[in-house]
Structure formats: structure tokens, C-alpha cells
Ligand binder design. Structure first.
Ligand code: SF4
Length: 485
């Protein structure tokens, strides 16, 4: 390692994923800018152990190349840490090159879902990276950054090179972290927090708001889901920790609404009961959204969550075709899902349905079944993802047998059909995708629901009107970046 580098300092970067000039047309960004909570958690953990850490979030501030170069030239950190999804990975590699040119000797470590899924093969192909952090990053990155020599081959959770250039992985780090022992994420390190970040439009009653993660992992095994980072465990913050975390966000940043970004917020029922009771007994003046599986809520729990401030629940439905659902999910019970949605609505909580088009086995008929299924349900908000076979998901293993897959990582953002199932065409999928949205958003009760947002979420309406051009372009073309394709 170069002698003039600061071994006590690390810069964490969240790449944008595409050329910064396109950011203004990106309908995903217009609708939703989520803080990089994983990096903020790692930053807090490293700072607690005496390192100096800064974060540059290129998603919130797209034109950050100069800021990254200036930072590494001025502060000469020993390490740069990148958090990458599949679609942002190559932009992360570009940033690694940029930063290394500006600061010779700087080492670069990448982490995140894409890295955790592909491990050794990825490091072999990208000499711009020095190490990969596999699994949860807090302790592993600390071990890397505080190592006194350049041989990291004995560290668990790390993919790195030996002196001979051989790429090695020493296995996942065990035991997993106790989530209640972690400091709250370093929100102060996110420039402009909370105003620089936005929850999806019409997904909150008040601003400022933010996302929050209170558990890690999911014990299910849906065919399309990559769980390489936290694997099939479920660990969670206690109700007390969670309450104190929200209290911190309210008192320090005046946050009024929280979106729990957990895969399964209600998986541990007693934790949710204790948390809700605390929110009822000692109100913070905050509301919240969460994602659930229908198996893990019931009438009593939903009633309690409503009293505690639950404003919206999201449910992964994926498809309304029973046979397709059975191929890709456990407990493929569409009646149970429908009954749960009606139950949630009965308690006055908004429902967001999460659907997917283009799964292996999808046909025009199965998409039309999905549309018919959704149209019969009192869904308030809808998200239709374009199925994308991510590395690490069970389907990825033999995806080429199931259709035509263009594995162009930069385009794998669930907003493009990179995979075309046998018997379908991209044009037909795009047509059905637009039909799905149009049929949903033309329902009278859905339109009325958005009218009520005028007084239930006036901040959302302001954003919607300001970005109307981008949303109309998306409604016409179904494309994430208005000028593409
Ligand atoms: S899709 Fe949801 S329920 Fe299924 S494995 Fe992934 S996180 Fe778990």
C-alpha cells in the first residue's frame, strides 16, 4: 500500500448506473430516490470503530464524478467501497477506474447483491477491483480497511487475489451480526438527507420521509429472488431498538413517515405486536408502510398495525395465473392473497400490489389472467416489474433453457424485458405491460383513490405535477429513460 494513503479513511460510493446526463429523464428517479441504507449502516459501524468515512451517493447526486476525484485527491483514502446492484455494477467499475487514476494506490472493494451472487468469477474478470465483500458488509469491510498488510486471503466474507493472482473466497463470515448491536445508519453522511430523498409518489401521507430497514433475510425461496447477501436467515431488530430508531429519525430529522424496506416486516409476529403497542402507548407522530406476505398477517394484527400508524402495505402477488404462481412461489394460494388484501382494506390501510410480467412460462393468456385478477381486487397502487433473471436467483441457473436472455447487466433494472420466455416476443410483452397499467389506472375507484391523495398526500401531488412530462412519457412508451428505444 502507498505510504501516503490515509489508512484510517474510506470513501463509500453508490453508483448511479448510467450516464449522469440521463438522470433527469429517468422515471424511476423521478418517482423514487431511496437513501443507500446499506452504505449508511456500514459507515456508522466503521465510524464507531474509529475510521473516517464519507459517502457519495451518485443516485441522489448524479453528476458526482468530479466530487469523487476531488475527494480521493484531497483526502487520499486507502479504500473506496462501492455498493452495486446488477444494473449499476459496470458504472461502479467505471468509478473504480476514475478514482484509481486520481489517487494511485487506492484500493477498491465492491459489495452488494450482484457481487455476493457472482463472487470469484466477477473478480477474475474485473482487475479494476481489489476485493469483493460477500454477504453483509459491516464487519467484513472493517476487517479489510483495518488490515495491516495487503494479504486478505484469510479474511472471511472476502473475495480477493493471492500474490500469485489466484482469486480466492474464504467463505461467508460467521456468525451473522446481531442487528441490535449496530449503530443507527449514518444519515448525516448522506448529503441533503432527508430532503434529497423521496419515497415513491402517492406512497406516503407526509414529508419528510425515509426508508428504514429493520430485518435482514427471508426464509422463502421464490424462483426469481436473489438472496445471496443475507441468505435464507431472518434476523431482526427488537421492537425496542426499532422504536428508538424511529424516535431518532423523528427527533433528529423531523421524519413523519417511514417505509420499512424489509422483505418480510411481519414475519416475527410478537416483534410487530410489541413495536405497534409502543407506537400506540408513546406516539411519535409518524406513520409507516411495510411489505408483507399474506401468510404473516391476520385480522387482529392488521387492526393493531392500523392503530400504530400503518398507512400502506405492499404484497408480492407476482402473477394471477395459478399454474405460473405454483412454479415460482411457495404457498401459491390466490384466494388467500385476495382475502388478505380485502382484510387490509377493511381496516382502512392502502394496498400496493407487486406484480411481474415475463416470468418463464408466461403467455399472453397468463398475463391476461393477472390483469383480470388485479381488476377484481381493491388494490390502490400497483407496481408491475418486468421479470429479470438476476444472478443468484434460482431461475438464473438454467435461464437459457427457458427463453432468450440478453444478459446486459446495465439494462437489468426490471424496467426492460431482457428475458423473453419461449412463445413470447418483446413487442407482445411490452404491449401487455402497458395494457396492465392502463386497465388498472383507468378504474374509477383507483382514480378516486388518487383524487383523495389531494388531501391525504398533497406533497405527492406536487411532485406528480412537477414531473408530469416524465410520467406521461412512461405511460406512452413504458420505458424507464424517456428517450431510449
Ligand atoms: S420474493 Fe420476497 S418472499 Fe420471496 S424469497 Fe424474495 S424476499 Fe422472500
Amino acid at each position: 500500500m502507498h505510504a501516503d494513503l490515509d489508512r484510517q479513511r474510506i470513501l463509500l460510493v453508490h453508483p448511479l448506473g448510467y450516464a449522469s446526463g440521463q438522470a433527469g429523464h429517468d422515471v424511476s428517479r423521478l418517482a423514487n430516490i431511496m437513501p443507500p441504507l446499506g452504505l449508511a449502516s456500514i459507515a456508522a459501524y466503521l465510524m464507531e470503530r474509529g475510521l473516517q468515512v464519507d459517502i457519495i451517493d451518485c443516485y441522489a447526486r448524479p453528476d458526482s464524478d468530479q466530487a469523487i476525484c476531488d475527494y480521493v485527491r484531497q483526502h487520499r483514502p486507502a479504500w473506496l467501497g462501492l455498493s452495486c446492484t446488477t444494473s449499476s455494477f459496470l458504472d461502479g467499475v467505471r468509478i473504480a477506474e476514475l478514482a484509481r487514476d486520481a489517487c494511485p494506490g487506492l484500493k477498491v472493494a465492491a459489495g452488494g447483491a450482484h457481487v455476493s451472487a457472482l463472487k470469484e468469477t466477477l473478480l477474475s474478470d474485473y482487475p479494476q477491483l481489489d476485493a469483493l465483500v460477500v454477504g453483509e458488509g459491516e464487519e467484513t469491510l472493517y476487517q479489510l480497511a483495518s488490515a495491516t498488510n495487503d494479504d486478505h486471503t484469510a479474511l472471511s466474507g472476502v473475495v480477493c487475489r493471492t500474490d500469485d493472482g489466484e482469486v480466492v473466497f474464504n467463505g461467508y463470515r460467521e456468525p451473522a451480526l446481531d442487528l441490535d448491536a449496530l449503530p443507527f445508519p449514518a444519515y448525516d453522511k448522506l448529503e441533503g438527507f432527508p430532503e434529497a430523498y423521496q419515497l415513491p409518489i402517492f406512497n406516503y401521507p407526509k414529508a419528510p420521509n425515509t426508508s428504514c430497514i429493520s430485518s435482514r433475510g427471508c426464509p422463502y425461496a421464490c424462483s426469481y429472488c436473489d438472496r445471496s447477501v443475507f441468505r435464507r436467515t431472518f434476523r431482526y431488530n427488537s421492537a425496542d431498538y426499532l422504536y428508538r430508531h424511529l424516535q431518532h429519525l423523528r427527533e433528529r430529522y423531523d421524519i413523519r413517515h417511514i417505509n420499512f424496506y424489509d422483505d418480510q416486516f411481519t414475519f416475527h409476529r410478537q416483534r410487530v405486536i410489541d413495536f405497534c403497542q409502543r407506537m400506540i402507548d408513546q406516539p411519535l407522530g409518524m406513520t409507516f408502510n411495510c411489505a408483507i406476505r399474506a401468510e404473516h398477517v391476520d385480522d387482529e394484527l392488521i387492526a393493531l398495525m392500523k392503530r400504530a400508524g400503518c398507512w400502506m402495505m405492499s404484497l408480492g402477488i407476482e402473477t394471477g395465473d395459478p399454474e405460473l404462481l405454483a412454479q415460482h412461489r411457495q404457498n401459491p394460494d390466490l384466494d388467500m392473497l385476495a382475502n388478505t388484501i380485502r382484510l387490509i382494506k377493511k381496516h382502512g390501510i392502502r394496498v400496493k400490489g407487486l406484480m411481474m410480467v415475463g416470468l418463464p412460462g408466461e403467455s399472453e393468456q397468463s398475463v391476461r389472467r393477472s390483469i383480470d385478477y388485479i381488476l377484481k381486487l381493491p388494490i390502490d397502487d400497483l407496481n408491475v416489474a418486468k421479470f429479470t433473471p438476476f444472478p443468484g436467483s434460482p431461475l438464473y441457473e438454467n435461464i437459457h433453457e427457458l427463453g432468450v436472455f440478453d444478459e446486459d447487466w446495465a439494462k437489468m433494472d426490471c424496467m426492460r424485458f431482457q428475458f423473453i420466455p419461449h412463445g413470447m416476443s418483446e413487442e407482445k410483452l411490452e404491449e401487455l405491460f402497458l395494457t396492465f397499467y392502463k386497465k388498472h389506472f383507468r378504474r374509477n375507484d383507483v382514480i378516486w383513490g388518487y383524487v383523495t391523495m389531494l388531501w391525504k398526500s398533497p406533497h405527492s401531488w406536487g411532485r406528480f405535477v412537477r414531473n408530469l412530462g416524465g410520467f406521461l412519457s412512461f405511460a406512452r412508451k413504458g420505458k424507464r429513460l424517456g428517450d431510449e428505444g
